[in-house]
Each structure stands twice: as C-alpha cells, then as structure tokens.
Design a protein around this ligand. Structure first.
Ligand SMILES: Cc1cc2nc3c(=O)[nH]c(=O)nc-3n(C[C@H](O)[C@H](O)[C@H](O)COP(=O)(O)OP(=O)(O)OC[C@H]3O[C@@H](n4cnc5c(N)ncnc54)[C@H](O)[C@@H]3O)c2cc1C
Ligand code: SF4
Length: 338
C-alpha cells in the first residue's frame, strides 16, 4: 500500500485551496472508484481530501424551472428523489441501471461524472496504456477490445466512458458548475468529457484544481416519452455494451423535439445534434428511427472483437426511440421496493 495523507475540507474554498496546493492530491467522495484505482496502484495520490462534509447534498428547483443537484447527492437518493422520479424519470432509470444498490448508496453525483474507464488494460499496470502512462501504447488496439469504443476513437485510445447516469444527463443537456482558484464557472455537459485524441490521459475539461459543486438540469425532463435502454452481458451489476437515452416531445405523431445519447460506445456520452435535428418534424415511426440510427452510426468503426456493437447500437436506438414514442419506457423502476 502506498502512503498518503488524509485531510478533510471544511468548506468549498478550503477544498479548492487544498487541491490547488498539491497537484498530486485527489478529492474523495464515495470512494467507489478512487479506492479501487488506488488498490491497483493506477492512482497514487499524495493526499486524499475528504469532501463528504461539504454542503453539496441538496436537490433544489431552480428559478428557471429546472433542478440543481449537489455534487455529493448519493446516486440512490437522486434516483429516488420525488422531483427526479416524477419529472426526470429517464435520469432515475439510468442511475438505477448502474452498479448495485450498495454502490449507488455510496456513489456521488460528482464522482459518477469523473469515474474512469473500465478498460481492463487501464487497471493492469503490467500492460502498456496511454491513458495510465502517456506514450506507452494502447494494449486494447490489438488486444481484447470487446467492451471498447466504436465512435470518436483515436490511435492512442479506444476506451469508453462507463457511466449510465451521464448518458441521461447528456440527453437532458445539463450544465456542470465548478469552482477553482479563479472562481466559479459553468461547463456545458457536452463539453465536460473529452474524446481521447492524442491526450487520452485527460478524461474531462475539469481543471485539476477545480471541484464540481452542482449539476443543473434544464426544465424539460421528457417525462412522458422517454426510455433508458441498457444492453449488457447480464441483467444487473454489469457495465453497458451499448446504452441509449432516448427522449421525445410529440405533437400527436409528429416529433417536436428529440434527444438521443449513447453510452458504452465512446470516450464520452455520445450525442449528435444533427441527428436530433433531423428527427424534428418527422412522424414518430420505425422508418425515421432507422434513418436516425444509420446517420448516427455512419462514422462508427469496429475493432477485432467489438464490431458487433455497431449493429447492436443500431437496433438499440430504434428500440429505445420506439419505446419512447409509445410512452412505454424500458426502465428500472424508481419506486422503492420495500
Ligand atoms: C463493481 C462496480 C460496478 C459499477 N457499475 C456501474 C455501472 O453499471 N454503471 C455506472 O454508471 N457506474 C458503475 N459503477 C461506478 C460507480 O457509479 C462510480 O464508481 C461512482 O459513481 C463514483 O462516485 P464516487 O462518489 O464513489 O467517486 P470517488 O471514487 O470518490 O471519486 C471518483 C473521482 O472523482 C473525483 N471527485 C469526486 N467528487 C468530486 C467533485 N465533487 N469534484 C471534483 N472531483 C471529484 C475523485 O477525486 C476521483 O478522481 C460501478 C462501480 C463498481 C465498483
Ligand atoms: S483503450 Fe485507452 S485505456 Fe485502454 S489500453 Fe488503450 S489507452 Fe489504455
């Protein structure tokens, strides 16, 4: 076990001061990803700054009719929050499709955004990995790449972002609020996660000295016509091979607005605004959904073991949009089972 210091942040300014003073320090929230990475010696922080006592645990309505979610709201509390269950059920079902009940009780909203890829080579320090050790090579390119990306990849990295929650958050067009030494700023969710390019070691555009404080959802929750469809190797406790967050606003059979985000296929939740725009004004039918799926996957590229994901994603998109249009979401229930 590597040695590290532990300290507690008393307030947000103190958290920022502590992280800015030590570039090798890491915040710890639920610890469900960071501790695993430390056990494997993928992460070797000099200090853990415990942020769990910060006042970032509220879910509040905004003046604009949306929702402000504190970065420390546990995943379970968020999924079962009445405002989320009623107004943003796609988000609730995405969260409940992830991990296990015990993990969701520990996992925080901010930590979920920053969880790292599940590429097994990334966790195996005996193998080359550009994300873990820049310039060392990518073992997945010619290795076992069944879980890997088919969109937005680079020669340096073909990893996927593993979150379910983030796929729904992307479709809902959220904003991430952060604080750093220069003050507060907001990052559109679409710009929060990065594609690997030549710097796969950087997952997001969050500064190393910044803390996520809240995530803000706009008013539109698409509660009537939505679905979160997750395809995985077993029915629970498995990361997505492909997942789809689909949301529609309908006027009769006509699509007024469409949102579509994919998980398990890229280094970030994948959204294509052009495809969403092309669905506007169309009749909510299989034909339109198939065109959308073909357009979205036009640039998809498979590797030795994951080419099946292209057809899987195509079928999942059509199914998710069909379920959304019918108002019959394939969802994990956000009603508590007692
Ligand atoms: C066995 C297993 C199965 C899982 N299955 C799924 C799944 O199917 N779907 C899914 O979506 N997820 C899954 N997860 C991942 C889980 O959802 C994440 O580990 C969790 O959301 C991370 O939150 P945390 O609070 O525990 O983060 P931590 O582990 O505490 O932190 C993660 C990272 O975020 C940073 N951080 C945390 N909070 C902040 C903040 N406010 N500001 C800045 N930096 C911060 C930390 O420094 C660290 O780098 C699984 C995890 C495990 C262990
Ligand atoms: S896909 Fe990315 S994370 Fe996986 S081995 Fe290659 S560089 Fe590392």
């Amino acid at each position: 076990m590597i040695n590290f210091q532990y300290s507690r942040a008393n307030n947000i300014a103190d958290a920022v001061r502590q992280i800015a003073a030590d570039p090798k320090a890491r915040f710890i929230a639920g610890g469900t990803n960071l501790i695993d990475l430390m056990k494997e010696e993928v992460e070797r922080p000099s200090r853990l700054i415990d942020i769990t006592h910060l006042p970032l645990k509220a879910v509040e309505e905004t003046a604009e009719g949306g929702l402000r979610i504190g970065a420390l709201v546990p995943n379970s509390d968020l999924a079962y929050h009445p405002l989320v269950a009623q107004r943003y059920p796609m988000l609730a079902s995405a969260i409940l499709a992830g991990a296990s009940a015990q993990l969701r009780n520990m996992a925080s909203t901010g930590g979920n955004l920053l969880q790292r890829t599940r590429c097994h080579y990334f966790y195996d320090t005996a193998t080359p990995c550009n994300k873990r050790t820049p310039g060392s090579g990518c073992s997945a390119l010619n290795g076992i790449n069944r879980m890997h990306a088919i969109l937005g990849t680079s020669d340096a990295c073909i990893a996927t972002h593993p979150s379910d929650m983030c796929v729904a958050v992307a479709a809902l067009a959220a904003t991430v609020h952060v604080t750093g030494p220069k003050g507060e700023r907001t990052i559109a969710f679409a710009d929060f996660h990065r594609l690997p390019g030549s710097t796969p070691e950087r997952d997001t555009n969050l500064g190393t000295d910044e803390i996520i404080t809240t995530i803000e959802l706009p008013g539109k929750g698409f509660a009537k016509n939505h679905t979160y469809l997750k395809i995985r190797d077993r029915l629970s406790y498995a990361f997505a091979l492909v997942s789809v967050a689909a949301a529609l606003e309908l006027d009769g059979d006509t699509i007024k607005e469409a949102r579509l985000a994919l998980g398990g296929v890229a280094h970030k939740p994948w959204r294509d605004l052009g495809v969403e725009a092309s669905l506007r004004g169309q009749t909510a039918k299989r034909e339109a959904f198939m065109h959308a799926a073909d357009a979205l996957l036009g640039g998809a590229k498979g590797h030795a073991h994951n080419a099946f994901k292209i057809d899987l994603a195509r079928r999942a998109i059509v199914r998710a949009l069909t379920q959304a249009a019918r108002g019959t979401p394939q969802s994990q229930s956000s009603k508590k089972v007692l």
